[in-house]
Design a protein around this ligand. Structure first.
Ligand code: ZN
Length: 432
């Protein structure tokens, strides 16, 4: 999953429903699905999934590097062994270089500040009067003149990039974003590069408060934001695509996806060699199965740096393809021993064709998140959902994300549920 681009107060995370105690998935599948052949599910081999997680997580698979390309080659050769024609979809993406220097100085004040950059903060050296703009909403600028000044905004529930663009639109030259108590001011992102961004820094809750006090107690406070060395480089990644035609004249499409890149320093066994290996196994088992609808197996590159692979794929889909796509099932972090129970996520938290279908097979909680590859499909109007174990393991995106942390039972559970859901969704006249 990608780093949080949005501040979501924890209380806003809600459950639509939570199953108290569900029987094992295989049991429920055999008792509740008439149109799913249980022999197909029996073919899923968790030992194969596990050994592919192990192979993929030998090293970090950072987008745009040789290690990601090696993983793409491994996935391609596996799919070819199963008998598929495999397509590679190369694309370029913006690789952000973090700044070497980030500073905030206040005229006439000795106090030193320790600001942090956001991912995609732009370089610059700007000086101006500091103005408290509350939460930096569009409405906050109606009565405040920030032209040529530096906006000091406190986080609420809008995207950081909106705060920056609102300030820029109002004529500010820089933005200081104050964090709320209990939240670290590091590791945050502005989503992706935007030409209208102005130099932006994140201040800790303590430093933010003392800055607001200074502004309140003085007639005019002048500050300077310095960001040096931030840059954007073009790197190349690729999606790996398999298209499996339908056996009928039905032209509808069911998509199953997972990203195969990982973050720096993390071997990414859970995130997301697990989803990749489960998807490989689903593709292997379904190769010999005739379905009424076309199936597409999509292995996305460069997810961790901003969903670049899935966005590229959806951007290249024709209007007709989007219209014909009934469902998108995404798997991300599906094997960790230390995460919570298997959970579905949609971007808006509402159920759709995918979650309704999976729910007939096994009752699992529904939550919301936009932090993985189901998002671009949802935004295009396709019913899409993420399958993941939640809450996520605490060690995700760290060097501890290794094969030792992977549970075969969990890989098996998600493989069975997603395969059964795909079979139901790809049956003619199936409408839950
Ligand atoms: Zn992930």
């Amino acid at each position: 999953m990608v780093r949080k681009a949005l501040y979501i107060p924890i209380l806003l995370v809600f459950s639509i429903f939570i199953s108290a105690c569900s029987p094992p998935v295989q049991e429920v599948i055999s008792s509740s699905t008439d149109n799913v052949d249980s022999a197909i599910l029996d073919n899923l081999d968790v030992e194969k999934i596990y050994s592919n997680v192990k192979e993929l997580s030998k090293e970090p698979r950072i987008a745009g590097t040789d290690s990601e390309k090696n993983a793409a080659n491994f996935i391609t050769s596996q799919l070819e062994t199963f008998g598929y024609a495999v397509e590679s979809q190369p694309f370029e993406f913006d690789h952000y270089i973090f700044p070497k220097l980030v500073e905030l100085t206040i005229d006439g004040i000795e106090q030193s500040f320790s600001p942090e950059p956001f991912q995609y903060s732009v370089s610059g050296n700007v000086t101006g009067t500091l103005i408290n703009v509350n939460n930096g909403l569009t409405s906050d600028y109606e009565d405040i003149d920030v032209k040529g000044k530096i906006a000091v905004a406190s986080i609420s529930d809008i995207y950081f990039e909106e705060m920056v663009l609102n300030a820029a639109e109002a004529g500010a030259v820089g933005v200081i974003i104050n964090f709320a108590d209990g939240l670290p001011n590091t590791g945050w992102s502005l989503g992706k590069h935007h030409d209208d961004f102005i130099p932006t820094i994140a201040l800790s809750p303590g430093e933010g408060k003392s800055l607001l006090n200074l502004i309140r107690d003085n007639e005019s406070v002048t500050g300077t934001i310095t960001i040096e060395g931030a840059d954007i480089e073009k790197h190349e990644s690729q999606n790996i695509i398999v298209t499996k035609p339908s056996k009928t004249s039905n032209d509808e499409i069911v998509v199953v996806g997972a990203h195969y890149d990982s973050v720096e320093t993390s071997p990414g066994a859970s995130d997301n060699a697990s989803g990749t290996a489960v998807l490989l196994e689903i593709a292997r088992v379904l190769e010999s199965v005739s379905t009424d609808k076309e199936l597409r197996f999509l292995f996305f590159g460069a997810e961790e740096l901003g969903l670049f692979g899935s966005e590229k794929y959806v951007d290249e889909m024709t209007k007709s393809e989007i219209k014909r796509t009934d469902a998108m099932l995404n798997m991300d972090m599906v094997g960790s021993v230390d995460a919570g129970p298997l959970t579905m996520f949609t971007v808006d938290g509402f159920s759709n064709t995918v979650t309704d279908t999976a729910k007939t097979i096994k009752k699992i909680p529904l939550e919301f998140t936009d932090r993985s590859d189901h998002k671009p499909f949802h935004n295009a109007g396709i019913d899409a959902a993420l399958f993941s174990y939640f809450p996520s393991e605490e060690w995700y995106h760290s060097p501890q994300d290794t094969i030792d942390q992977i549970s075969k039972d969990r890989l098996d559970e998600v493989a069975s549920l997603v395969t059964a859901s795909v079979l139901k969704l790809s049956t003619n006249n199936y409408h839950e």
